[in-house]
Ligand binder design. Structure first.
Ligand code: NI
Length: 179
């Protein structure tokens, strides 16, 4: 049976903002962030160059664009975390992810470069998260496009979702294509 477009676009559903968190849920989210670079390595194993240029859905990003997007997005996330830990409810800088994904480097740079970047970045990111004190999880940044303050625990939940969301784009494409 054909998957619906919604299911292809949101393989694990849209992000559901959790209302609260526990030590266990924080740990689950951090585990996902720790695992993502290795999961992505496995996801793209044995794909050839033409396969990397296949969009995960009609009109969607190619596998190559997805990988470079995750690196772009998570670099922004890491900076936002550090801003929030060192400043009082800083206003963060939104960015136009669709346009970032179309800049030249996304075409010209092999995905291995972004995968290597993600290994390094997630090591620094999750090392920071693992050392956070309970009160630091409550620190916030202000998101001007959503017009709200986002606490660090919610941000971490969001990027754990984002990690799985894009990994599933690649995994389910391979499943549908029998690659
Ligand atoms: Ni994304």
């Amino acid at each position: 049976m054909e998957d619906s477009l919604e299911k292809i676009k949101y393989p694990i559903g849209k992000f559901q903002r959790p209302e609260s968190y526990t030590t266990q849920s924080l740990n689950d989210w951090m585990n996902i962030l720790e695992s993502l670079p290795l999961w992505l390595d496995i996801c793209i194993e044995n794909l050839d160059e033409p396969q990397l240029q296949v969009p995960y859905r009609d009109g969607g990003w190619t596998i190559q664009q997805v990988i470079h997007h995750v690196a772009d997005s998570h670099m922004n996330a890491y900076i936002r975390l550090k801003l929030a830990l060192t400043e009082d409810n800083p206003q963060i800088k939104p960015y136009k992810e669709e346009l970032w994904a179309q800049l030249q480097d996304t075409q010209l740079v092999p995905i291995n470069i972004s995968l290597t970047l993600l290994h390094a970045l997630h090591r620094r990111w999750t090392t920071t998260l693992r050392q956070m004190q309970p009160e630091q999880w409550e620190r916030t940044y202000y998101h001007p496009e959503h017009n709200r303050n986002v606490p660090m625990w919610e941000m971490t939940a969001m990027y754990a979702w984002h990690s799985r969301h894009h990994m599933e784009h690649i995994r389910t494409l391979r499943e549908r294509m029998n690659w």
